[in-house]
Design a protein around this ligand. Structure first.
Ligand SMILES: C[S@@+](CC[C@H](N)C(=O)[O-])C[C@H]1O[C@@H](n2cnc3c(N)ncnc32)[C@H](O)[C@@H]1O
Length: 307
């Protein structure tokens, strides 16, 4: 399913980017977001003329560090419709959001779960227009337990209300922020599409001065975003596209045996490994260490290989 900006991206739309945009926090919560790894990622982003992100998710790198002409893609249709609505200030989208905000403000703290479950039921029943669905999708992400987005085998979103941290939320502020100057300015620079990454890459003729940040679903049994699976075969398709990529790219992923097999020893690639502490559960009360890899086709060689 495509969002309407996809056509523009297919013809490598020419919306132009200016300079000097203020950093902005991501507009919604997204699993696998790279906000905590920004201090490692941002200084290694090379000078570039165009920016590409085939697995955009919450777009933490774009919102924090990029102000060039940019192309964002993610296969998740509700997510990209959400960005489209924010970018174009879609009135029906904001009307729907503010009507829920009013229900939320009218409800007492103990009644707020009912507003959430109504939103969840509407979303699952697919009775909505794509625009209303994108609005409900945004609110579910804000209010679900642990910010999780999990669906059952019939594709129904089934996460309970996150009472402990959601019931006091100022939803109006969250929605207002989508219309803030910083968010609107960032969105104006972004061309959007909702394609499989390979189709997205097929839309462009890449040049050496292009930069692409690549943050695919992890190679693990947890690499399921909503109903999107990312299997070994997808990791292989991605590696094939990256090894011959004509611009510069940075791939960030978990360093699993498959990833080592796909990228280690490829002549023009640099593979840097680093330890990463995952925070999980509500309020990040638990953490688990794992090794991540940053793979680039530019920049200094890792120190152990440079000597
Ligand atoms: C690790 S997340 C990206 C997180 C993002 N960098 C951030 O900071 O929030 C990976 C994304 O890939 C998307 N995805 C999964 N399969 C895909 C595919 N075949 N093509 C494009 N996007 C895909 C998921 O919807 C998810 O948003």
């Amino acid at each position: 399913m495509l969002v309407s900006d996809t056509a523009a991206v297919r013809t490598a739309g020419r919306e132009h980017a200016g300079r000097g945009l203020a950093p902005c926090r991501p507009l919604l919560k997204w699993p696998g977001g790279k906000r905590s790894e920004l201090p490692l990622i941002a200084p290694r982003i090379p000078e570039h003329s165009r920016y590409f992100e085939p697995f955009f998710g919450g777009g933490s790198v774009y919102f924090d560090a990029i102000d060039s002409e940019s192309y964002a893609n993610d296969l998740h249709p509700d997510l990209m419709e959400f960005y489209r609505c924010v970018k174009h200030g879609d009135e029906r989208f904001f009307e729907h959001l503010y009507s829920i905000v009013e229900d939320w403000e009218r409800a007492s703290l103990v009644e707020r779960d009912a507003v959430y479950y109504e939103c969840r039921e509407r979303y699952n029943a697919s009775r909505l227009t794509t625009v209303q669905r994108a609005a409900d999708f945004f609110l579910l992400r804000e209010l679900a337990y642990g910010g999780m987005f999990r669906v059952n085998s019939s594709g129904h979103f089934n996460v309970p209300f996150g009472r402990a941290y959601a019931e006091n939320k100022n939803l109006r502020e969250k929605v207002d922020r989508l219309r803030s100057d910083a968010a609107v300015a960032k969105m104006q620079r972004l061309n959007l599409s909702a394609l499989d990454f390979a189709d997205f890459l097929g839309c462009f003729e890449f040049r050496p001065e292009d930069f692409m940040f690549v943050d695919p679903p992890y190679d693990s049994s947890f690499s399921k975003y909503d109903t999107l699976d990312f299997a070994e075969e997808d990791q292989r398709r991605l590696a094939e596209a990256l090894v011959g990529f004509a611009g510069r790219f940075m791939l960030v992923c978990k360093a699993t045996p498959l990833i080592e097999d796909l990228y280690h020893g490829v002549e023009h690639l640099r593979v840097h490994r680093y330890e990463y502490q995952y925070k999980f559960n509500i309020k990040g009360r638990f953490s688990r260490a794992s090794t991540h890899a940053m793979i680039t086709n530019y920049g200094p060689l890792p120190s152990h290989e440079a000597s």
